[in-house]
Design a protein around this ligand. Structure first.
Ligand code: ATP
Ligand code: MG
Length: 576
């Protein structure tokens, strides 16, 4: 009924939880005081020797307790809020910290949509766990015990004992429900996050879906998923409703039994009028705390199920200590094996090295593992076996900061943020001067275009949606140049863009290669002919390497590809 891991997180909340329990207990005491006053008044009225003044004091006491109860309830609510507020903050900090420690490779462990849902909605669910369930858990055991002694001393031990025996039936019912609930709730959360992921994916891909008129099909898929979610939600609600019914039966049945026994004792003359009124009015209080615990329990279960997922993420093994700093910039792959999942190995023992300020090209058919190589170098994925070093240091041990400062990656689709050109470029070099920005833009052939717009203040839509493909790629290059790192990776950075942009970008890459380590990944062989060394990849291994001329002379795969591409390009030119 308790999650130890959650409880260990709440050291800061303990005082508020305790405060809440004490306030609830104070509330019970006030209630007892009110009922004692009522019982005494009834006894007095029954004796028929009473004056009006005998009613004034009880009325004042009752009014006083009502007012005091109002304040204790409010204070208890405040304590609930404070207890859960800290926990929510701590939990979110932990998720965020974990995310930072996992760094760019976090997607190896969890999808972004799932993470967002866990951090937002999942953590929110803990509010009820700490704010209501935990304090109620302790109070629900304390209250019946206190009432047992009160009933025993102030009325009948027999009634007290019968009521006390009935109370554990409620937690018994809760425990039984918990067994079924755990499975259903795990399913509920699984379905919930899955639905969220699908929704996000479909929303982001809406244009593509519309183009292929596949939105209807996706709509149906989502409807099916939603239907599953509806069913599992209904199962959760049915389970909760059933257990509430059982708990109500026990609680109100128990209270009725108490009232019956107390009345019997009164009729048989073993207790007086005061005692019977007192017991009748307080019987329900024996069970109500447990009953309330039962209803909080369902919400708490939801929180626990959500926290299971969060703890699973928090418990993911982290890559070893990343404290090394990049010193040199030579790169070495030594017998690197890698797989994204356990089913299929992608790189089967890749070995090659790039000297500092070297300029290499990586070519090969689609799916041969070129981008995977870039991804390993960027620390987005972790090497399986073998070693990958930068400046002689294992990439997996280099601090993310240092690695990101050392390596700049430009892929096919660079991310831009809504804002001005200046803001987007300054990401790469905070505090950079306008003159330097213009210089970088000039190199990438964007100066004229931007001057005709609002200069550096030209506004970009999300992902620079208001620029052409070529302009976007040139802007990505300008940003990369401003980053000024010793290593650059260009992964099909000139794919799918106009010839003019391609030439500008390639020209800049070649200039850059004179001073930096540059890896140029391209399916177009003509782009890499000038590099110091070309690595040819086939199905996850490097099968050939050497300079353009050497590879042609070899007459292997590269030479074959070159012939095909040259023929195609000549054909293309002739056709034009
Ligand atoms: N995130 C991923 N999860 C699982 N498998 C992946 C992932 N990314 C790539 N792969 C698989 O790894 C293999 C190599 O992919 P990679 O992207 O490195 O190829 P590539 O040589 O860059 O191809 P292209 O020229 O088309 O860009 C492919 O078979 C691909 O299916
Ligand atoms: Mg690729």
């Amino acid at each position: 009924m308790f999650d130890k891991r959650l409880m260990l997180m709440c050291t800061e909340s303990k005082k508020y939880i305790l405060g809440n329990i004490l306030l609830q207990f104070l509330e019970l005491c006030l209630n007892v005081l009110m009922i004692v006053t009522m019982a005494l008044t009834v006894e007095k009225l029954y004796s028929r020797v009473w004056g009006l003044q005998d009613l004034v004091v009880p009325l004042l006491v009752i009014l006083g307790t009502v007012v005091l109860r109002f304040f204790t309830t409010r204070l208890a609510l405040r304590m609930s809020y404070l207890a859960s507020r800290t926990v929510k903050r701590v939990m979110r900090e932990k998720i965020y910290g974990k995310l930072l420690r996992l760094g760019t490779s976090y997607r190896e462990y969890v999808t972004t949509a799932e993470l967002v849902q866990e951090a937002v909605e999942g953590v929110e669910q803990l509010e009820s766990y700490f704010g209501q369930y935990v304090p109620q858990f302790f109070y629900a055991f304390m209250a019946p015990l206190a009432l047992f002694f009160l009933f025993g001393f102030g009325g009948s031990w027999k009634v007290a004992a019968v009521l006390l025996v009935c109370v554990p039936l409620i937690p018994g019912a809760i425990m039984m429900v918990q067994k079924i609930a755990k499975k259903i709730l795990a399913k509920y959360w699984g379905q919930y996050t899955q639905l969220g992921s699908t929704f996000l994916e479909n929303l982001q891909g809406m244009t593509t879906l519309k183009i292929y008129q596949a939105d209807g099909q996706k709509n149906e898929e989502m409807n099916r998923e939603s239907e599953h979610f509806r069913k599992v939600t209904m199962a959760v609600l049915t389970m909760q409703l059933n257990s509430v019914t059982i708990m109500d039966l026990v609680a109100y049945g128990g209270a009725a039994l108490g009232i019956l026994l107390a009345t019997q004792a009164f009729i048989s003359g073993s207790i007086g009028l005061f005692n019977v009124v007192f017991m009748i009015l307080l019987s329900a209080d024996f069970f109500l705390p447990m009953r309330r615990l039962g209803s909080y329990f369902h919400v708490a279960m939801n929180g626990m199920a959500a926290s299971d997922k969060i703890f699973r993420f928090l418990g993911e093994e982290e890559p070893g200590e990343k404290t090394e700093q990049v010193k040199g910039c030579d790169i070495e792959f030594r017998d690197v094996h890698f797989s994204y999942d356990t089913e299929r190995e992608i790189l089967h023992g890749v070995s090659f090295s790039i000297p500092e300020k070297g300029f290499v090209g990586i070519v090969g058919e689609s799916g041969s593992g070129k981008s995977t190589i870039a991804s390993l170098l960027m620390g987005r994925n972790t090497v399986g076996s073998g070693s990958l070093t930068l400046g002689g240091k294992d990439i997996g041990r280099i601090s993310e900061d240092s690695l990101m400062r050392a390596v700049t990656y430009v892929g096919t689709s660079s991310v831009f943020f809504k804002g001005t050109v200046r803001e987007n470029l300054a990401l790469a070099a905070p505090g950079v001067s306008d003159a330097d920005l213009w210089q970088a833009l000039d190199k990438c052939g964007l100066k004229e275009f931007l001057q005709s717009q609002q200069g550096l203040d030209t506004r970009l839509l999300e992902n620079a949606g208001n620029l052409s493909g070529g302009q976007r790629q040139r802007l990505a290059l300008a940003r990369a140049l401003l980053h000024d790192s010793p290593v650059y990776i260009f992964d099909e950075a000139t794919s799918n863009i106009d010839i003019e942009s391609e030439e500008t970008i390639l020209h800049e890459i070649h200039r850059l290669a004179k001073q930096r380590t540059v890896i140029l990944i391209s399916h177009r062989l003509a782009n890499v002919t000038d590099t110091d060394c070309i690595y040819v990849m086939e199905k996850g291994t490097v099968t050939e390497h050497g300079q353009h001329g050497e590879l042609l002379a070899k007459g292997g795969v590269y030479a074959g590809l070159w012939r095909v591409q040259s023929a195609l390009e000549t054909y293309g030119r002739e056709a034009v």
